[in-house]
Design a protein around this ligand. Structure first.
Ligand code: ADP
Length: 202
């Protein structure tokens, strides 16, 4: 086998709005690493349990085994082979994938930098912008520190143009800018929108 081109460590970030194919792209890259006989470990925040509790699932139905974790400390513990999660994956993977990275706290940053410094290829997928089109949590710093960044677009549900934003709708109407992120009992949904058709609710 040729030496991996990522043997020196690498941080890759895949971003875009909802429905832009971030999960599909993460799945594609991880599958190719598996074909190259690399050891992989994939994580996702435990709060996202759409379709499967133990997989990265795309809106188009493709999926990949992933370990749900409450925070970055749990990722570190698994990779250090600590606790009962040890059986979940190889202790020293060549490739670490993390989906929905925007939901992790700031402690994700030192962890992924440390992994990349140790020679691991780290692939992160997540929303660059929240529903107000404001930078989302840890993502700006991860984008700045990555060796490679891929910005994907979805299709605007209003006009069919490339969509860079996620429209939050509550009862079919644009959410207000200062609406709480979790609204108990509300009927909420999201649509991909271009800049023109995105309403941040101000
Ligand atoms: P993400 O992880 O970015 O939310 P996924 O990989 O889960 O995206 O899903 C992408 C898939 O969603 C597309 O391949 C397509 O089948 C589907 N899809 C549904 N609505 C849209 C839309 N408005 N624009 C683009 N793709 C869409």
């Amino acid at each position: 086998m040729l030496k991996s081109p990522y043997a020196g460590g690498h941080l890759e970030v895949i971003v875009g709005p909802m429905f832009s194919g971030k999960s599909e792209e993460l799945i594609r890259r991880i599958n190719r690493a598996v074909i190259a006989r690399q050891q992989v470990a994939v994580f996702k925040p435990a709060l996202d349990d759409r379709y499967h509790a133990d997989a990265v699932a795309s809106h188009a139905g493709r999926s990949l085994d992933a370990l749900p974790v409450p925070d970055a400390a749990a990722v570190r513990a698994v990779l250090n082979g600590e606790g009962s999660l040890l059986s979940a994956g190889p202790a020293r993977p060549d490739v670490v994938g993390i989906d929905e990275a925007q939901f992790f706290g700031p402690e994700l940053i030192p962890l992924v930098l440390e992994l990349a410094d140790q020679g691991v290829r780290v692939i992160l997928a997540g929303l660059d912008l929240d529903f107000r089109a404001e930078p989302f949590g840890v993502m700006p710093e991860l984008l700045a520190r990555a060796e490679s960044v891929e910005k994907l677009t979805a299709i605007c549900t209003v006009c069919g143009a490339p969509a860079t934003r996620s429209q939050r709708l509550i009862g079919g109407q644009p959410a207000r800018f200062d609406d709480p992120v979790v609204l108990v009992g509300a009927q909420e949904s999201y649509e991909a929108r271009c800049r023109l058709h995105h309403d941040p609710g101000r």
